[in-house]
Design a protein around this ligand. Structure first.
Ligand SMILES: Nc1ncnc2c1ncn2[C@@H]1O[C@H](COP(=O)(O)OP(=O)(O)OP(=O)(O)O)[C@@H](O)[C@H]1O
Ligand SMILES: [Mg+2]
Length: 273
């Protein structure tokens, strides 16, 4: 039996196309976040200056820098908790403008976890996790609870589901905050110093949760001074000072061969203490 090689190629091509495979191997990775010449002011104060940043799908980025350098402000601009005044922010192909529909769309894709967990104290852990899926995504209670339990298991505290936040340790509450974000099934997670308010013995359990999330391929932007985490998990470390991205590199080069004086000074301070 003879086969027509062209026919085989055609079949494979069609199958691959059907599977959504991109046959062009030169195509650049998909950028899920793009900051293009982004600037922000608080009144007269120019807090973010010409920020350019592209984040690929699945990329893990750690952002560090001195207090007041604009790390939180930059992170908060990405889901419009703060408004930028110049340049562009594009998240998953949608540009952030005053269009409320776009803001809504982006917030559904972007989960956020802060230093302070902001759980509702009068709701149980389970209720904290099901509130947004039920009200924003219009999920049924059963569906929302099933997913909440799935993520509470992932962060290793399913047994706490029926307690109130005040009955949990800080590390446990922060893991609930991460599970709560995941219940909205975000494509991107933003972390702003999620371990800095925790007692030292609780930092590891939260970092372990974040490492697990990273290993599962979540696109993550983390403001943190946990340099061990940066070294093991980050694809790229970004150093900010005075509202600018001063330097960025893959972790090994960033820590062993910092180019800018301000980066060297910062690293010597955090490694020194
Ligand atoms: N709502 C606000 N109004 C006016 N100025 C603000 C506001 N929020 C922050 N700032 C100022 O903007 C600058 C950047 O603040 P931001 O919180 O982004 O810094 P950061 O790098 O996150 O610092 P830290 O490491 O202390 O968290 C600081 O000088 C801060 O005082
Ligand atoms: Mg901050």
């Amino acid at each position: 039996m003879t086969k027509d090689p062209d026919a085989i190629t055609d079949t494979v091509t069609e199958a691959e196309l059907r599977a959504g495979h991109n046959l062009d191997h030169e195509v650049a990775p998909e950028d899920v976040i793009q900051l293009i010449g982004m600037n922000k002011w608080y009144g007269d104060f120019h807090v973010l200056r010409d920020i350019n940043l592209n984040v690929h799908k699945g990329e893990r980025i750690v952002i560090c820098g001195p207090s007041g350098s604009g790390k939180s402000t930059m992170i908060r601009c990405i889901n419009r908790l703060e408004e930028h005044q110049a340049g562009q922010i594009i998240v998953d192909g949608v540009e952030l403008t005053n269009d409320l529909k776009n803001i809504d769309k982006i917030r559904r894709e972007v989960g956020m976890c802060f230093q302070h967990f902001n759980l509702f104290p009068h709701l149980t852990i389970l209720e904290n996790c099901t509130l947004a899926p039920m009200w924003v995504r219009k999920e049924s209670k059963a569906e929302a609870e099933e997913r909440a339990m799935h993520y509470l298991e992932r962060v290793k505290i399913p047994e706490q589901a029926h307690k109130f936040p005040g009955q949990l340790s800080g590390g446990q509450q922060q893991r609930v905050a991460i599970a709560r974000s995941l219940c909205m099934q975000p494509k991107i997670m933003l972390f702003d110093e999620p371990t800095s308010a925790l007692d030292p013995e609780m930092i590891k359990e939260v970092l372990d949760t974040m490492v697990q999330l990273a290993e599962e391929g979540m696109t993550m932007l983390c403001v943190t001074h946990e340099m061990g985490f940066a070294k093991t998990v980050a694809d790229r470390v970004i150093f900010m000072a005075e509202g600018q991205i001063v330097e960025e590199n893959e972790p090994h080069e960033f820590f062993n061969n910092p180019q800018e004086e301000r980066t060297q000074e910062f690293l010597s301070q955090i490694i020194g203490h």
